[in-house]
Ligand binder design. Structure first.
Ligand code: SUG
Length: 418
């Protein structure tokens, strides 16, 4: 059965706060703080368990091999000798944010009737630019059924591509053909615009999408300058619904008109700045929710970070929203604070793939029992706490490498060991 499967990135043992992402306010604010990799990974697992309990299909991706020694060698250095920002980039557990792993076009949208996946090059941020080979290896394994999936190499530089975080899809239901919205940014503001329009166009072409079912929308410069380094910090879509902040898009009216023309059944909920300021939206990550369709006509739910509940303006807006008889009927706050402190909310942690779960390599599909096993490995081997200054320690190197190795063994994915 074709459905939406959320693949979460398991939070790796080197999760730390190194302040590597200019334009990501949480990352800059928490630079140098102690992180809690074990707790972080357990929070991620609890979120997956929560979503399985809601009746949603759930998968996962393994953490990548960190520190990335091959990348350091290519830069002519080693873990011991590298400057601290380069060492931190090599150690980053950033692949946890699976929304940046790839852009997905379901089979119903593509010319050849296959589900297309293009791994994101993530080339704007050094610590993320070396993720894609490890991610590609996983996508090729998870989606190896070539009758149903087509996995593409990344868009070549210099065009930045940050994957599904800048991509939304409107459809009558997940398995039906939809309209895909690619959101790009323009450089020139105080912070980098990470998604280049040429990447978005390249992905749409490679996925065989028809022009009348594709929209390219510009992210507002104001939003990027306020800290919305990806569109999924200010907008989210599911089925026929687009849920966005008033300041999410440049030329909003023109964009909304194109959406209505290409997908007349669209329902748009625009959150006004006077109710929720852009600053509050970004601080609370209200839009970085997983907007999901519940089974059995349960309507839609927002799987939100607890930070959204803690923010009075945001929570009172949301409570009004769910009592208004609209499509969103349920609010589910989840604690992903460790990821949030690096700018990654519930939606960042997952990659949506619309497909038949039976066509996916079952080793990547989650069940409560498998999450128990992953949780056991995390409890036993993930460091409890980590300061960026410790990244130079040889003991940490051993621990991080062996922790991932144990996990790969337990879920039978040792092919991913490099
Ligand atoms: O790319 N943070 C990530 C957060 C990604 C969130 N993803 C989505 N919005 N979909 C980023 O900025 C911080 C790493 C550090 O500073 O140690 C970081 O990479």
């Amino acid at each position: 059965m074709i459905q939406e499967i959320n693949f979460d990135g398991i939070i790796g043992p080197s999760h730390n706060y190194a302040g590597l992402s200019l334009g990501n306010i949480a990352s800059s604010t928490n630079a140098g703080e102690a992180s809690y990799p074990r707790q972080a990974a357990l929070q991620g697992i609890a979120k997956m368990r929560h979503n399985i309990d809601l009746g949603l299909a759930q998968g996962f991706f393994m953490p990548l091999d960190r520190p990335n020694i091959g990348w350091l060698h290519a830069l002519g250095t080693t873990v011991e000798k590298a400057e601290s920002h380069i060492r931190a980039a090599a150690y980053s557990a950033s692949s946890m944010w699976a929304a940046n792993a790839a852009t997905i076009s379901p089979a119903a949208d593509s010319a050849d009737g296959k589900c297309h996946l293009t791994v994101a090059n993530l080339q704007t941020m050094p610590h993320r630019s070396h993720e894609w080979p490890g991610t590609l290896a996983q996508l090729q394994l998870a989606f190896a059924d070539h009758d149903h999936f087509r996995v593409h190499a990344p868009v070549p530089p210099p065009f930045g591509d940050e994957g599904a975080a800048n991509h939304m899809r409107l459809c009558a239901s997940h398995g039906e053909s939809g309209v895909e919205i690619f959101v790009y940014g323009k450089t020139g503001g105080p912070f980098p615009a990470r998604q280049h329009i040429e990447s978005s166009k390249a992905v749409a072409r490679k996925h065989g999408l028809s022009e009348d079912r594709v929209i390219f929308a510009q992210q507002s410069e104001k939003a990027i300058a306020a800290g919305a380094f990806h569109n999924d910090v200010v907008a989210v879509a599911n089925d026929q619904l687009l849920f966005a902040h008033e300041d999410a898009f440049e030329h909003r009216d023109k964009f909304y008109a194109e959406v209505a023309r290409k997908f007349p059944a669209v329902e748009i909920i625009t959150v006004p700045a006077e109710k929720v300021s852009l600053a509050n939206a970004i601080k609370s990550y209200l839009f970085n929710a997983q907007l999901v369709t519940l089974p059995d006509n349960g309507g839609m739910a927002l799987i939100l970070p607890t930070e959204a509940k803690d923010n009075q303006a945001v929570w009172s807006y949301l409570q009004n929203l769910v009592s208004s008889n609209g499509p969103i009927r349920k609010l589910c706050p989840v604690d992903v604070r460790q990821s949030m402190a690096n700018g990654g909310g519930p939606a960042c942690l997952r990659l949506r793939v619309v497909a038949d779960p039976m066509r996916v390599d079952q080793r990547f599909m989650a069940t409560p029992e498998k999450l128990d096993i992953i949780g056991e490995v995390v409890e036993k081997y993930w460091p409890e706490t980590l300061l960026p200054g410790q990244l130079v320690d040889a003991d940490l190197f051993e621990q991080v490498q062996s922790a991932r190795g144990k996990l790969l063994q337990r879920v039978q994915l040792t092919e991913l060991d490099s």
